[in-house]
Design a protein around this ligand. Sequence first.
Ligand code: AHN
Ligand code: ZN
Length: 333
Amino acid sequence: MKNRSNIFAQLLLCLTLVCLAACDGTKKPQQPTEDYTAVAPDFNADSAYAYVARQCEFGPRIMGSEAHEQCGAWLAEKFKSLGATVVEQHATFTLYDGSRVNGMNIIASYLPEAQDRIIVCSHWDSRPWADHDADEAKHRTPIDGANDGASGVGILIELARMMQQTPPKVGIDLICFDAEDCGTPQWAKTDSNDEHTWCLGSQYWAGQHHAEGYTANCGILLDMVGGSGTHFCKEGFSMRYAPQLCDQLWSIAHKLGHGSYFSYDEGGWVTDDHLPLNRCGIPCIDIIGSDKQDGGFATTWHTQHDNIQNIDRNILKAVGSTVAEMIWTATPI
Ligand code: AHN
Ligand code: ZN
């Protein structure tokens, strides 16, 4: 009897170990789930990572700062050097407290004459206040926003580099929105409706496009696409406004072998830069990272820990190569 229960115990242990090994997606190389040959050129995650790091080196990119000014100029130059037609859309934004600041959206276009166009966008500003930091003394200090801001833009720049070498078949507009992350801080004593204090750059762009008569078929927003421990669920507004686009992107991610990062679960509803686009008639999805453990935004979100140390190249790779595949498989209607 003793022997028997021993054998059962051992069997159970074996099964548990097999299960654990099967669940541990982190150690296995990312293999395509079926025979699928990528159409897009290779997305270089090291290159994207270097672009994320470069942005962080300027310091927090908050409006009115030298770092913001310099990084904005660097981004516009970078896209030009990579063969894009660049428009700097300058604007003055009113913050939650009524103060006014200057900012700019940066629009980098490929095949500017093409009728059929896809927008791939992200925000390039970083949050002026680490109002979610565990250390209250840091609540009014600006953050690097390596994940929240720079990660998405890093991917946009790498896509630009790829498009210079291998032009896509449809027009692509890479848009870096400003003033996304200046929404009312937690510590502010205002009870006004706070939703409109976020995403000021994309709201401005939705009201006044960068070029006359401009239209796009659809858009893909990248937000917090590089933090360690991130995964992506199907965000609520994306599924309401652009369900097919969402399904298509998730399907490509899984075909490319990035399924462990792209969960089929529905996520929350996020006020983000895709909302103004959807509201002005451009169906746009939000690839927005959330914490794989607790489902909320990353634990580094709006803290001083949102820095380059917390960026995972594998996540940049998963998102970048998936978006690249969307771009290079797209054909004019
Ligand atoms: C709100 O918290 C209202 N929206 C989240 C949008 C966001 C902030 N994305 C990154 N930072
Ligand atoms: Zn943020």
